[in-house]
Design a protein around this ligand. Structure first.
Ligand SMILES: NC(=O)c1ccc[n+]([C@@H]2O[C@H](COP(=O)([O-])OP(=O)(O)OC[C@H]3O[C@@H](n4cnc5c(N)ncnc54)[C@H](O)[C@@H]3O)[C@@H](O)[C@H]2O)c1
Length: 253
């Protein structure tokens, strides 16, 4: 049997990059995938790939910086599928700049999207996940996976807003694991290193080469590297793992 057979999984920021790779992997593993992004149109390509993999799909427009939209999305998913088994908080942005020159707007935009959005989605799914009873092959409770970053662990010059948001996601992950563990809701984080995506495409070619040289495995990761880790954490193979940060970074730290 496929590892996520029959599970309903919400993936934020599923339109491209790591989120799209996670959605496709979950579809291949038998999940019903709820694809969210700021617009429905942006998810068209991911949805087509998930359908081709045989998955049932449901697309919702959700700006994760809008907590009311998040609550509305969770309600619609419950109406459609009756339960939510997995949430992947993947949507994220960068607005880099030196601390001295960083505007309040750039701080707020990054923290509201990366950290507050993650909190609000967890808050919205917590009650439905706690209520989930074991049903067929579906276990009680649920699984939350938060995508943080290697720089949320190490810090990084020029990314005060981003690193603070991602460090916050790690602390939030550990707290949620403690608060919801007794109801069989597991919460873990994945900390990618450098992954090929629109986010890293912004870096100059020369800098990318230099960074790759510093990575023990000598390459950037790809979406599938993160998606494989997410599928493991979402599956029952990880049923005794909670409150952890899984680094997927080619050995960077
Ligand atoms: N690419 C990397 O090297 C890398 C490294 C570490 C962590 N990450 C993290 O992985 C996650 C995915 O990043 P990616 O590399 O695929 O980048 P990406 O820019 O390709 O994708 C980001 C996704 O988030 C969505 N998004 C952004 N703001 C949103 C909002 N307000 N509401 C809803 N959706 C929104 C985008 O539409 C997109 O689907 C992010 O959380 C990022 O911080 C990426």
């Amino acid at each position: 049997m496929k590892r996520l057979e029959g599970k309903t999984a919400i993936i934020t920021g599923a339109s491209r990059g790591i989120g799209a790779a996670i959605a496709l992997k979950f579809a291949e593993e038998g999940a019903k995938v709820v694809l969210t992004a700021r617009t429905v149109e942006a998810c068209a390509e991911t949805e087509a790939a998930c359908k081709a993999a045989g998955a049932e799909t449901f697309v919702q427009a959700v700006n994760v910086a809008d907590t009311a939209a998040i609550d509305g999305c969770v309600k619609s998913v419950i109406e459609r599928f009756g339960r939510i088994d997995v949430l992947v908080n993947n949507a994220g942005i960068t607005k880099d700049g030196l601390l001295m020159r960083m505007s309040d707007e750039d701080w707020d935009a990054v923290v509201d999207t990366n950290l507050k959005g993650t909190f609000a989605f967890i808050r919205a799914v917590s009650r439905p996940m706690m209520k989930n009873r074991a049903e067929g092959n579906l276990p009680a409770g649920g699984v939350i996976i938060n995508i943080t970053s290697v720089v949320g662990i190490t810090g990084n010059a020029g990314q005060a807003n981003y690193t603070a948001s991602k460090g916050g996601v790690i602390a939030l992950t550990k707290t949620v694991a403690k608060e919801l563990g007794s109801r069989q809701v597991r919460c873990n984080a994945i900390a990618p290193g450098f992954v090929v995506s629109a986010m890293t495409d912004k870096l100059p070619e020369e800098l990318k080469k230099q960074y790759a040289e510093t990575i023990p495995l000598k390459r950037f990761g790809v979406g599938a590297d993160i998606a494989n880790a997410a599928a493991f954490l979402a599956s029952e193979e990880a049923s005794y793992i909670t409150g952890q940060v899984l680094s997927v970074n080619g050995g960077m730290i």
